[in-house]
Design a protein around this ligand. Structure first.
Ligand code: ADP
Ligand code: MG
Length: 313
């Protein structure tokens, strides 16, 4: 069989937009940071694929389709890449925005062409941002065509062969047609990362600079609570760039990594940040200005303010 990585991919006839993007992570990809339950569910999908023949011998199909649901930036697309790479395949991503932006009258054909192509090559296919279909529904004149499109999708999900794996992802489950929703063998729910996932992610994203920022990890973890891992990665990368180019002293770079995020933290989270900052040796007056936590409260939790401190700002 032709290797999916090497075949010509379908393009929209009018715009020459590639309808399928390819992520080839077969050289290796770090596993996504996920809670145990999601991790196990993904492990089961992979195992069923790997032992497909054993299942087939008993007349059982592996999970053929799954829909990944959750807020943006928590690892849905990354998990699809991880599944494909673990199975030794590239991930094909059907860009529904490209499909939808092609002339609507042809959208159904484009979609079918791309899906047929994926089926023929036993690909792992991700329908990313599947809610893009529903978003078009606002325009009255499109309704007939959209209905046909959803019908195409319903048939395809139903008839997806055991040899391929069909994944879909959405940040807006409420926009996905319930009939389509029901067709997927499995629903995988991704939540916002908890405190320990954020701490693990910070350490991973610091990479070779981990030792350098060792004493700031608790501060960063406390300050980046509530962020998606994609946002955490962006902040850490900015920090590393700033440090590599010495745009400002380390304390100041940390301060600006946390700077814009104070409003997003709850009162308890701000207290945690204040305590972490105090433990990292910051003067209480500045901590108090930054977090809005009273100096008395900081002292109560973390002992007296240091005599000297470099200060975050
Ligand atoms: N669970 C995670 N584990 C590790 N990195 C993550 C995770 N979630 C997000 N990231 C980082 O953020 C980037 C964007 O995440 P992505 O998978 O596209 O999010 P989503 O599809 O849920 O919107 C990833 O490529 C990765 O670098
Ligand atoms: Mg995504």
């Amino acid at each position: 069989m032709v290797e999916p990585g090497e075949v010509a991919l379908p393009v929209d006839g009018d715009s020459q937009l590639a309808l399928i993007r390819v992520f080839d992570d077969r050289a290796g990809l770090a596993p996504p940071i996920l809670p145990g339950s999601v991790h196990d569910a993904i492990g089961a999908i992979i195992r069923e694929r790997q032992e497909r023949e054993r299942l087939a011998a008993r007349g059982i199909s592996p999970t053929r389709s799954a829909i990944l649901v959750g807020p943006p930036g928590v690892g849905k697309t990354l998990s699809a890449r991880w599944i494909a790479s673990t199975l030794g395949k590239p991930l094909w991503v059907l860009d529904l925005t490209a499909v939808m932006s092609s002339l609507l009258g042809k959208t159904g054909n484009n979609l079918r062409a791309a899906l047929d192509h994926a089926k023929k090559h036993a690909a792992v296919l991700l329908l990313d941002e599947i809610d893009a279909i529903a978003k078009r529904r606002s325009d009255e004149s499109d309704i007939g065509e959209l209905k046909r499109l959803v019908t195409v999708m319903l048939q395809e999900v139903d008839q997806w062969p055991d040899s391929g794996l069909l994944l879909a992802a959405t940040n807006h489950p409420e926009l996905v047609d319930p009939a389509l929703w029901r067709r997927f063998d499995l629903v995988l729910k991704f939540d916002s990362p908890d405190a320990s996932a954020i701490a693990v992610a910070i350490q991973r994203f610091l990479g070779d600079d981990l030792a350098l920022f060792e004493s700031w990890i608790d501060v960063l973890a406390a300050g980046l609570q509530g962020q998606s891992l994609s946002d955490v990665e962006r902040s850490i990368n900015a920090l590393r760039r700033g440090h590599a180019l010495q745009t400002a002293p380390l304390e100041q770079l940390i301060g600006s990594a946390l700077g814009q995020r104070q409003e997003a933290l709850s009162k308890a989270e701000r207290l945690n940040l204040a305590i972490a900052l105090a433990k990292a040796g910051q003067p209480h007056m500045q901590i108090s200005q930054m977090t809005g936590v009273a100096r008395d409260t900081i002292r109560k939790h973390a002992g007296p303010s240091p005599r000297k401190g470099r200060g975050l700002k």
